[in-house]
Design a protein around this ligand. Structure first.
Ligand SMILES: NC(=O)C1=CN([C@@H]2O[C@H](COP(=O)(O)OP(=O)(O)OC[C@H]3O[C@@H](n4cnc5c(N)ncnc54)[C@H](OP(=O)(O)O)[C@@H]3O)[C@@H](O)[C@H]2O)C=CC1
Ligand SMILES: O=C(O)C1=N[C@H](C(=O)O)C[C@H](O)C1
Length: 248
């Protein structure tokens, strides 16, 4: 498999580290000896790629989609913080090419989603809160994964997210869900869903122990995606049950 990497930052670098033979081109705005500066340069290279892995920035989405559509290249989009309009443009593009878009590349998060689908309908009497922690370089809050888990919870219960309680002078509503973001140090990514009941707590927590889990998840996703026809794939739809070993 021949890959292009878009975004040679803190996470993208691990894609190269884990799959040095597969990555044949790196597109990044900071041009170094390892990288090319634009998709125009990628087009000029004789190299064709089987898929592009994107760990960059939402502002670069138009370039990524334009290249993918023009060359019919499958896209693994890991970048977070997209607007509704940007997500709609990904959905549109997926009518023509295979796209895997997930705010978390770790299969562990797919397992958490399955747990939530079972637990939330059983937990009508519990207050739900969502807490995420990330490193001090992260630019978006709450994290994409927190939004993803919120959506999963909302498939089973009509909860309204509350992003800021700083000026609040009233009790929480039964069906609100507090979205809490903590930033500091080098935390790779923690997501916790708290079910608070009377005299008891249930905590479901996923902790990334390295950025490699995201990079390897993206590489595995590319391997699966290049077998697919056009469409928008998620952690829950890309893999079959038998494929779940892919993260090990
Ligand atoms: N889905 C998932 O599992 C994961 C998603 N992510 C997401 O991937 C993205 C990248 O994360 P991470 O590697 O930690 O971030 P970094 O900031 O370390 O890397 C971002 C890369 O994109 C480049 N870039 C190009 N244009 C811009 C721009 N306008 N603003 C900012 N960066 C730009 C940066 O270049 P330069 O070096 O010149 O700034 C850098 O190479 C984020 O959206 C993050 O949330 C991260 C981990 C896991
Ligand atoms: O920026 C990060 O680092 C991460 N971003 C993703 C997110 O916003 O959820 C995934 C992971 O938690 C790491």
């Amino acid at each position: 498999m021949k890959l292009a990497l878009h975004g040679y930052g803190a996470t993208g670098q691990y894609v190269v580290e884990l799959a040095p033979q597969s990555v044949v081109a790196i597109v990044d705005r900071t041009k170094s000896s390892d990288t090319i500066a634009s998709y125009a340069e990628l087009t000029e290279m004789s190299e064709t790629v089987d898929a592009i892995i994107d760990f960059s920035h939402p502002s670069l989405l138009p370039d990524l989609l334009a290249y993918g559509l023009a060359t019919k290249t499958p896209l693994v989009i890991a970048t977070t913080g997209f607007s509704e309009a940007e997500l709609a443009s990904i959905k549109d593009a997926a009518k023509e090419i295979p796209i895997f878009q997930s705010y978390n590349m770790s299969y562990g998060i797919a397992m958490v989603q399955q747990l939530l689908k079972t637990l939330v309908p059983l937990a009508g009497a519990y207050d739900i809160e969502l807490l995420e922690k990330h490193h001090n370089q992260k630019v978006d809050a709450p994290s994409g994964t927190a939004e993803l888990l919120l959506q999963t919870i909302q498939t089973a219960r009509d909860v309204t997210p509350v992003y800021d309680r700083s000026q609040t002078r009233q009790k929480r509503e039964t069906n609100e869900i507090g979205m809490h973001a903590m930033r500091g140090g080098t935390i790779f990514g923690e997501h916790e869903v708290l079910f608070a009941g009377v005299d008891e707590l249930i905590e479901i927590k996923h902790t990334a122990l390295s950025k490699k889990v995201f990079a390897s998840g993206a590489i595995k996703a590319a391997e699966a995606l290049i077998q697919k026809t056009a469409g928008l794939y998620t952690l829950e739809t890309l893999y079959t049950q038998e494929d779940s070993h892919v993260t090990h």
